[in-house]
Design a protein around this ligand. Sequence first.
Ligand code: NAD
Ligand code: ZN
Length: 345
Amino acid sequence: MKALVYQGPGKKDWIEKPKPEIEKPTDVIVKVTKTTICGTDLHILKGDVPAVTEGRILGHEGVGIVEAVGDAVANFKPGDAVLISCVTSCGKCANCKRQLYAHCDDGGWILGHLIDGTQAEYVRIPHGDNSLYPIPADADEEALVMLSDIMPTGFEIGVQYGHVKPGDTIAIVGAGPVGMSVLLTAQFYSPGRIVMIDMDPNRLEVAKTFGATHTLQVGKDDIVAEIMTLTDGLGVDVAIEAVGVPATFDTCQKIVSAGGSIANVGVHGKSVELHIEELWIKNINISMGLVNTNTTPMLLKTLQTGKVNPAELITHRFKLDEILDAYEVFGNAAREKAMKVLISA
Ligand code: NAD
Ligand code: ZN
């Protein structure tokens, strides 16, 4: 089969690889019908994730059709349409029992990281019973791909950990696919005002069409001053960081109100300065974490009933054998006005 393979920092290839086989009785082999590229894949390609070794097939998002199942798989059979979760989980260990799937003893984020991923014609999914979700035959497959990673990430680590409540003023720093997923799912709770903050004017315009009530452009607007004017000097109830650099975490510390929450979603490579000397007296809640995907069944319901339409995030479409072009577009997202690229078999 053909697959997108990491060949060391800065290098990737679309090459022939052996088709995966059942290795353990809990494995499921899925024929990938749709996949996408994540900002994390770009981080890997830069060499920022050294755990990814040369020869690894990338990708941790997608939908497909079950090709084969191991003897211990009870929930799926060949021919079933499935959503692939970015997090693999056994469903049985102590952390899985607490729905901390990201910390499964024999799983977590391993796809396209520690084991071969979804940017290929076929993928092996360990613990298939718990790591795949059945999808109805008539479901919008394109929208479903957004449920592998970005939608649960935005919802769990941004909205739920940030305790977004009706009427709140919330700020989302970073209008990439993850920040946009926070924007879409925060609206389940009817916040009063949603301020989207980014340096990319195109993304801020898109955010307005997805429900942002205010936008602020880094490099042009005085972010802290504008937020204070908007909130009568109080600050925002929830500040959600969806970039992963010290500057944006710092912005969140400056704009959060007393009694508010800072929910960090971004993956950080450097330490940040925590202004505990200013925050301790403000009764602030600070949270962070890796997506558990425990809300995927709930998000599936919101998608099927039309409460949310994450297909809006897709800006470009490619065939699987055009995946190198898809990387070129996604890797130059600002220039190409790209948000999510959809790659179909
Ligand atoms: P992205 O790179 O597509 O988007 C980031 C956005 O931040 C861009 O629109 C960019 O213009 C903007 N930005 C950059 N610097 C900025 C600054 N100084 N101020 C304001 N905006 C700035 O990334 P994404 O795919 O949306 O992911 C966002 C973050 O979420 C990444 O760090 C990613 O690794 C992380 N992530 C976390 C989890 C988790 O489980 N916690 C899961 C998936 C992704
Ligand atoms: Zn487990």
